[in-house]
Design a protein around this ligand. Structure first.
Ligand code: C2E
Ligand code: MG
Ligand code: MG
Ligand code: MG
Length: 278
């Protein structure tokens, strides 16, 4: 009986692995097709500047509308795009498109673009940024790239050299999902980031949990001492907002202020936020 069970499990397991591999392969083919036929678009989520009481920028968030799969969230396809190298072409498109759209916004409003480690490490990356800026005419200081701590796993010195090169072009650099990596603090010593984005996992509990509040406070104080701005990610309620404001956080991003919106809604949102403040 036991032997039979064992064999049963084994037989069951192999086709299951196969199925997963087939699913991945299908997703990869669909991703290639998506690039060719223009199935990607960008949504933009406002980042509200608490010091100036206005929208300071928008984060570009990639959306994939597949004819039969429907809306595929980034969490389901970014990792496959990275493993297959397709993220390079997708990331190029995101950079061009984000800069192009941002040129239509008021000059004080920035655009933040997520950059994956593979894309960042690619030798053509600085020229991708250079071209996106020169084709669009966007002022470099209006572009902020968001990298995560995982880019540093490739070797800190090379990464820091590249960051300085990008900074010399006038581009701003933000450290995304801060606090979720292995040695977050050490990276703050290696490069003067313009901004730290405090991960949603800390923000979630900031109004209820004393240790989460203490961690956020420590991050904000540290960032302030290092002349870096802070954005709290995933702010969903007023209690979180007032706690973050009290702690001196520079800006907030989250469903409380707005979900990500379509590109053609950005101008109207900036307009209504400005008249609300006036
Ligand atoms: P991220 O860069 O940390 O982006 C923030 C994510 O949190 C977005 O999810 C956003 O929609 C979501 N979010 C914002 N406010 C709230 C909130 O109040 N509550 C909740 N529950 N969620 C909130 P999204 O758009 O699904 O993107 C997920 C991740 O996919 C991003 O995390 C980023 O790592 C990656 N991603 C998105 N667009 C791109 C892209 O163009 N290139 C690359 N390389 N990665 C991207
Ligand atoms: Mg981000
Ligand atoms: Mg983030
Ligand atoms: Mg995040």
């Amino acid at each position: 009986r036991a032997k039979q069970d064992g064999r049963g499990v084994f037989r069951f397991f192999e086709p299951a692995l196969d199925a997963a591999a087939r699913k991945r392969r299908a997703l990869e083919l669909d991703l290639r097709e998506a690039i060719q036929s223009g199935q990607f678009r960008l949504n933009f989520q406002p980042i509200f500047d608490l010091k100036r009481d206005r929208i300071g920028g928008f984060e570009a968030l990639l959306r994939w509308e597949h004819p039969t799969r429907g809306n595929v969230p980034p969490i389901e396809f970014i990792s496959v795009a990275e493993e297959t190298g397709l993220i390079i072409a997708i990331g190029d498109w995101v950079m061009q498109e984000a800069c192009r759209q941002a040129t239509a916004w008021p000059a004080h409003v920035r655009v933040a673009v997520n950059v994956s480690p593979l894309q960042f490490r690619n030798s053509g990356f600085p020229s991708v940024i250079f071209q996106a800026l020169s084709h669009s005419g966007l002022s470099p200081d209006r572009l902020e790239i968001e990298i995560t701590e995982s880019v540093f796993l490739d070797g800190e010195t090379t990464v820091v050299t590249l960051l300085h090169k990008l900074r010399a072009m006038g581009v701003r650099i933000a450290l995304d999902d801060f606090g979720t990596g292995y040695s977050s603090l050490s990276y703050l010593r290696s490069f003067p980031f313009d901004k730290i984005k405090i991960d949603k996992s800390f923000v979630d509990a900031v109004a209820e949990d004393r240790s989460a509040a203490a961690i956020v406070r420590a991050i904000v104080d540290l960032a302030t001492a290092l002349h870096m701005e802070t954005t709290a990610e995933g702010v969903e309620d007023r209690d979180q907002l007032s706690e973050l404001r009290g702690q001196g956080c520079s800006s907030i991003q989250g469903y409380l202020f707005s979900r990500p919106i379509e590109g053609n809604m950005v101008a109207a949102m900036i307009g209504s936020a400005m008249s609300a403040a006036a």
